[in-house]
Design a protein around this ligand. Structure first.
Ligand SMILES: NC(=O)c1ccc[n+]([C@@H]2O[C@H](COP(=O)([O-])OP(=O)(O)OC[C@H]3O[C@@H](n4cnc5c(N)ncnc54)[C@H](OP(=O)(O)O)[C@@H]3O)[C@@H](O)[C@H]2O)c1
Length: 172
């Protein structure tokens, strides 16, 4: 089962210069809660945007770079996938467990017909971004949970957590 976990602004922006465009500790906490204990799948740039290897989660990283693969060869926390085919094989091997796809754009786009659960955060602001979430046809999903939060001292923007499940009839 595949779950996307991401945060976007009011324009669908998700990244800028290989960072998150905002500082929202509440969403980082939410990300941790949504992913801890599960394998996380990401592109090489998203991996490099992380502050460190995240504990309690096996990292599957997609890249074409053989040297990157060599660098992490002996690291049990990171497995490098060198093609879409390798990613699909990895997903097939994990089909009985939840795997969290955490971006970026190409992974979100490539798995759009397979994803089962969407864990979306909307940050109530418009930011300077260079990376956008690919279009999702939300008609194929049912909104099962919505949780709105006001801005507070630590989180300068209001934010909403939305959980969607794929309508099983439409699942390919
Ligand atoms: N707001 C959020 O929730 C969120 C989530 C994720 C990311 N982000 C942001 O988005 C930005 C990074 O995302 P991005 O979309 O630019 O990059 P990305 O998808 O994380 O990484 C792109 C790289 O992944 C590798 N890749 C992708 N598809 C591949 C394939 N089929 N086979 C082999 N390798 C493949 C390639 O690496 P090589 O170039 O090494 O070959 C490619 O350059 C950052 O700003 C980050 O902060 C935000």
């Amino acid at each position: 089962m595949i779950k996307y976990v991401w945060a976007e602004d009011l324009n669908g922006g998700i990244g800028c210069e290989n960072h998150l465009p905002w500082r929202m500790p509440a969403d980082l906490h939410h990300f941790k809660e949504e992913t801890i204990g599960h394998p996380i799948l990401m592109g090489r740039k998203t991996f490099e945007s992380l502050p460190k290897i995240l504990p309690g989660r096996k990292h599957y990283v997609l890249t074409h770079d053989q040297n990157f693969a060599k660098k992490y060869r002996d690291n049990d926390d990171v497995e490098v996938l060198l093609s879409t085919e390798a990613m699909l094989k990895c997903l097939a091997e994990h089909q009985d467990e939840l795997i969290c796809a955490i971006g970026g754009v190409s992974i979100f786009a490539e798995l759009i017909d397979q994803v089962d659960i969407l864990e979306r955060t909307i940050i109530d602001g418009k930011f300077t971004v260079d990376t956008y979430m690919p279009k999702i046809n939300y008609v194929q999903f049912e909104l099962v949970k919505k949780e709105a939060h006001d801005a507070d001292k630590k989180n300068p923007y209001a934010y909403t957590y939305l959980t969607y499940h794929r309508k099983s009839k439409l699942k390919k």
